[in-house]
Design a protein around this ligand. Structure first.
Ligand code: FEO
Length: 161
């Protein structure tokens, strides 16, 4: 595998675990503010991010690449408002999309067709992730500033498996 492509894929393992950590922090913020539906939604998101990290990890190992496991950056789980927390998630998803695009660019430059194919799943996934985080902002903006509406939204989010 091209060394630049491998380096970016290795870095992405860490970024996806960081995403899991970020979402766990958001989940904790909601849990501590009595919004257990939001907390459970973001906790499910944290679990998904670990799956993303492991997809990169497995792909590297399956292609005979080493995967160093450096420290995951700490997160601060302090948010001023519900909107602040959901906007943080949205901003992060756009960042992750950019990072995946950078790996794709490197794979194209290196004529690494296998990695391009592997990344297709993530490109589709990021479209979904951005849609979900944008929808969440819209819901909170439409409904979230009244406690009764927030309660109803919290109940809706609790339904995510
Ligand atoms: Fe792994 Fe939310 O992107």
């Amino acid at each position: 595998m091209n060394s630049k492509v491998a380096e970016l894929l290795v870095a992405q393992v860490n970024k996806e675990f960081y995403s899991a950590y970020l979402y766990l922090g958001i989940s904790k913020y909601f849990q501590q503010n009595d919004l257990s539906g939001f907390a459970s939604w973001y906790r499910a998101q944290a679990m998904e991010e670990q799956e993303h990290a492991l997809k990169f990890y497995d792909y590297l190992l399956d292609n005979d690449q080493d995967v160093p496991l450096p420290a995951i950056e700490a997160v601060t789980a302090e948010y001023k408002t519900v909107l602040d927390a959901v906007k943080t998630a949205d901003k992060h998803e756009h960042y992750i999309t950019d990072e995946i695009n950078k790996i794709y660019d490197a794979a194209v430059s290196a004529k690494d067709y296998r990695t391009q194919l592997f990344l297709n799943w993530f490109i589709t996934e990021q479209e979904e992730e951005e849609k979900n985080s944008k929808d969440m902002i819209s819901k909170v903006q439409l409904l979230g500033d009244k406690p009764k509406n927030l309660y109803l939204l919290d109940k809706e989010l609790a339904a995510r498996k």
